[in-house]
Design a protein around this ligand. Structure first.
Ligand code: LLP
Length: 416
């Protein structure tokens, strides 16, 4: 977990040049804190490394869909990968260009397809024959000619957590290679859809980039066959999936190294490269700031009960995910083994178990690291807990980009 964006100065944890204690004092806790520079830098790392090949980075909105994050990436020139009409709405509200948007997902509704067509998005990554049928019908009705890439399921093991692995034939995602090829073969039948690309996404949090090479060689071979059969295939979208380091001292997979491999594979090819990175752009750029409510010495363990919980950051409970816990003040001193848990009424409500932390007491601040991706977006109101605030740091300045929810927000739209 390389903490460049979150680092200690005089025993105090900072995000860029803003002290997390100052943010907690101004905004309260729990609060998600994001580093604008880190997000920009990760995006630019992709752009720099792919400068020599025609490409488009479609940031995967699902990883962190805060308007401020989307606006920041739109200003960098990023495209977007969406999986719902709601995500498209966010991209548009944040000033994103619809023509840079690709729409993925295994179950799109007719209303969502119509909305996306009306907004003129760049392409649809289609995942079933039924979806093609629906898209064709809506497109014909409103006189659109959408660009389509079939999402191919290459039956390749991404060697990651089973819940976030998507590229095996046992998974619900994509269309098997042969079935996809026969759908491409009857392209004319699908008019007014225009089959201009192929796409795939085999999973998330992937360290072993050799699996991407394997997928890419399948995709390049398929694209070449389709072109030879007369289809105007222009692009290959490899999806997202690059891993970040969550554990102390564990480096993230290298964006530069990954893109170098892609760049050589695409050099001289007639196809443009598409990518849909999410986690590798925002994961390390965020932390969840939380306060200790209770120091509880139980029979066998010390529990630090904090004001953040599984409803704020679900990853430890859902995937047994590891997140480093960083004390916001750390003057050294003896460490104690603690479980860091939330107030929610479930034993699965923990951020960390058996961690060495300095002696803490009520009011002390902790940061749950590497929470910029799949953090706030997976938050809920479970236990009727208002969702956390979000803050964007840029240099020494910080601003609230989402207000903490209120009790009134909890019942908005309800009738008794
Ligand atoms: N494209 C598609 C079609 C996807 O399904 C995903 C992620 C991405 C791109 C972005 O992948 P990334 O670059 O972020 O790995 N909630 C889980 C992760 C779920 C990922 C779902 N799909 C977690 O917290 O680990």
């Amino acid at each position: 977990m390389p903490l460049q964006e979150f680092h200690y100065r005089d025993s105090q944890l900072y995000c860029e040049d803003a002290a997390l204690s100052a943010i907690a004092q101004a905004v309260g806790t729990p609060t998600y804190v994001y580093s604008a520079s880190a997000i920009r830098e990760n995006y630019r790392a992709y752009e720099r490394a792919l400068a020599d090949v025609p490409h488009r980075i479609h940031y995967a909105v699902k990883a962190n869909s805060s308007l401020a994050v989307l606006a920041l990436l739109a200003a960098e020139g990023a495209g977007f990968d969406i999986v719902s009409g709601g995500e498209l709405y966010r991209v548009l509200r944040a000033g994103g260009d619809p023509s840079t948007v690709v729409y993925s997902g295994v179950g799109k509704t007719a209303a969502e397809l119509e909305y996306a067509l009306e907004q003129g998005i760049g392409a649809f990554n289609c995942e079933s024959e039924q979806e093609l049928d629906m898209l064709r019908e809506v497109a014909a009705r409103i006189g659109a000619k959408p660009a389509v890439a079939l999402r191919v399921n290459p039956n390749i093991d991404a060697k990651t957590h089973p819940y976030i692995s998507t590229g095996l034939s046992e998974h619900k995602f994509g269309i098997g290679l042969q079935a996809a090829e026969s759908l491409y073969g009857e392209a004319a039948k699908w008019s007014p859809l225009e089959f201009t690309g192929i796409s795939c996404h085999i999973g998330s949090q992937i360290f072993d980039t050799s699996v991407f090479e394997e997928v890419l060689s399948q995709m390049l071979a398929l694209a070449a066959r389709l072109c030879a059969s007369g289809l105007p295939i222009e692009g290959i979208n490899l999806g997202g999936g690059l891993a970040v380091g969550y554990e102390q001292g564990q480096p993230s997979a290298s964006i530069a190294g990954y893109c170098q491999m892609l760049s050589s594979a695409f050099a001289g090819s007639r196809f443009a490269l598409g990518l849909e990175p999410g986690r590798s752009i925002v994961g390390q750029a965020g932390a969840l700031l939380t306060s200790v409510l209770v120091y509880k010495q139980a029979d066998r363990k010390i529990f630090l009960v904090v004001d953040g919980a599984m409803n704020d950051l679900l990853r430890p409970a859902l995937y047994s995910a590891h997140h480093e816990i960083l004390p916001v003040f750390d003057a050294g001193g003896p460490r104690l083994l603690c479980d860091v848990v939330g107030p929610v009424c479930e034993s699965g409500d923990f951020f960390a178990t058996g961690r060495e932390l300095p002696a803490c007491s009520a009011g002390d601040l902790l940061a749950v690291a590497t929470a910029g991706a799949y953090g706030f977006v997976q938050a809920s109101n479970y236990n009727s807990r208002p969702r956390a605030a979000e803050v964007l740091v840029d240099g020494e300045a910080f601003r609230i980009v989402r207000e903490r929810e209120t009790r009134e927000d909890l019942v908005r739209g309800e009738a008794s």
